[in-house]
Design a protein around this ligand. Structure first.
Ligand SMILES: C[S@@+](CC[C@H](N)C(=O)[O-])C[C@H]1O[C@@H](n2cnc3c(N)ncnc32)[C@H](O)[C@@H]1O
Length: 305
């Protein structure tokens, strides 16, 4: 299995409100969720799928080649409003995103997303982007590296790791995942090693792909083009992403943001969303047993007013 879709039943139940609607899967990956959405949708429905990863895009091109309802774009999902225009559609019935990387990306040695294999230190999902993870380690100021490891990975050893990277790159440039692995291994007690490796690699991946800003833009653009009653369903795997989704939904669901001491409302704030999942939806113990990678998934859903 290339990738096992997470929270599948919940995704279908929350997303599909009209079986003949226009849906967007912003992170179609290997089409695991999309395939199940299509099983439920009518012949006159449309499913727009985006993925920045060319391998995932090509895989889905082939997988859905005989399904006229599917339109695929090798685009970043923050361009969902633009894609909708290209499709000649005015509104979306539902927008879905299953964030992060697929099991294929994590397990594939060539892509370099995992520290478990020695591979080129890249971490870009979109290989046309100019800066990869090795460029960051080889050229950024020490304090900028500290900030990346701390802000995006919450790595407590950020300062020491950044300092050692700057020392090492003076004699040999960083080129492979092993180079970074060794630095972290030298500075981390064995029982913390796996966690530190995960945090530092993840921090670099988030930075290189600008994942948090892109998510904010997607949430905004998708909300703009959602039809009344349409749902936005997001699965995240990282606390920073989940906080962005939570804060966005909360802000969009407020009628007024004036300070409480103001006698009247002067903010002209528009209430655009209603929160559907008062608490986050997480996978059952059973799902985590079958698919360990589902363990950190958090789903949030909101509806356009
Ligand atoms: C967790 S996987 C999705 C798996 C998919 N739901 C399935 O069942 O096969 C996340 C996918 O999102 C893609 N991706 C991540 N950020 C993206 C972005 N900003 N725009 C478009 N695709 C993105 C990744 O390349 C990856 O294929």
């Amino acid at each position: 299995m290339i990738h096992t879709p997470v929270l599948l039943k919940e995704s279908i139940d929350y997303l599909i409100t009209d079986k003949s609607g226009v849906y967007a899967d912003g992170t179609i990956g290997f089409g695991g969720h999309a395939e199940k959405f299509l099983e439920i949708l009518n012949d006159d429905a449309t499913l727009i799928g985006c993925d920045v990863d060319k391998t995932a895009f090509d895989f889905c091109k082939n997988k859905f080649q005989n399904d006229k309802r599917v339109r695929l774009y090798n685009y970043n999902f923050d361009k969902i409003d633009f894609v909708l225009k290209v499709e000649g559609e005015k509104k979306l019935t539902g927008a879905f995103a299953d964030l992060g990387v697929s099991s294929f990306q994590l397990d594939n040695k060539e892509v370099g997303f995992t520290f478990r294999e020695d591979a080129p230190l890249d971490l870009r999902m979109d290989k046309t982007k100019p800066i990869n993870a090795a460029d960051v380690l080889n050229s950024f100021e020490e304090e900028d590296l500290v900030k990346i490891f701390y802000d995006f990975g919450e790595e407590f050893n950020s300062k020491k790791i950044a300092k050692r990277i700057v020392e090492k790159r003076g004699t040999k440039k960083f080129t492979s995942t092993k180079d970074l692995y060794q630095v972290i291994e030298e500075l981390t007690p064995p029982n913390f090693l796996r966690k530190s490796l995960s945090r530092v690699f993840q921090a670099l991946r988030i930075y290189v792909n600008n994942e948090l800003d892109v998510l904010k833009t997607f949430l905004n653009n998708a909300t703009d083009v959602l039809d009344t009653g349409g749902r936005i369903v997001i699965i995240s795997y990282h606390s920073l992403e989940d906080r962005i989704v939570k804060d966005f939904f909360k802000y969009q669901s407020l009628e007024c943001v004036c300070p409480s001491e103001f006698p009247i409302c002067v903010c002209d704030k528009e209430r655009r969303l209603k929160i559907i999942t008062k608490r986050i939806v997480t996978p059952s113990d059973e799902e985590v047993k079958i698919n360990y990678r589902a363990r950190s998934a958090k789903m949030r859903v909101a509806e356009k007013l």
